[in-house]
Design a protein around this ligand. Sequence first.
Ligand code: FES
Length: 179
Amino acid sequence: MDRLPIDREVQHLTLSEQTRSRIDREVAKYPADQKQSAVIASLTIVQREQGWISPAAERAVADYLGMPAIAVHEVVTFYNMFNTQPVGRFKLNVCTNLPCALSGGTSALKHLCDRLGVAPGETTADGLFTVQEAECLGACGDAPAMLVNDQRLCSFMGPERLDSLIEQLRDEAAKGESK
Ligand code: FES
């Protein structure tokens, strides 16, 4: 990943009372001496509230769970679902691992980028779409496969289906529908 906040001074961030209370509910699911087992749930809560995990948020979660900052950083940078920088309203992850690549995954990524005028990893100027490459989504038989906002799996994403997905998401955004 493209950042290493551990050796740098990171801005201090105080978790809100609401965030802490949500994290506390997750921590309570584990033995008292294993608070760090709630790290993924805690980061998910922070990301849902802030849209991404900043270096300051990493440090705040580490402090709150009594973990080394590097351990939280490793989790954040290992899982694709955690955003290490701000993303658009719709995060589009296109699988380009071998089974998908052999069935149009690479061209699906290119088509999406061309349609939206961005390179992989970039966000459209209107803040609606971020396009990223993804590792195997476990849907190799549905190649090319992609994921919208880490939750919605889309199958057989050839050019036509990609175009209609973009239109559908633009409609959703215009109507103010939730993610
Ligand atoms: S290789 Fe794309 S979903 Fe498995």
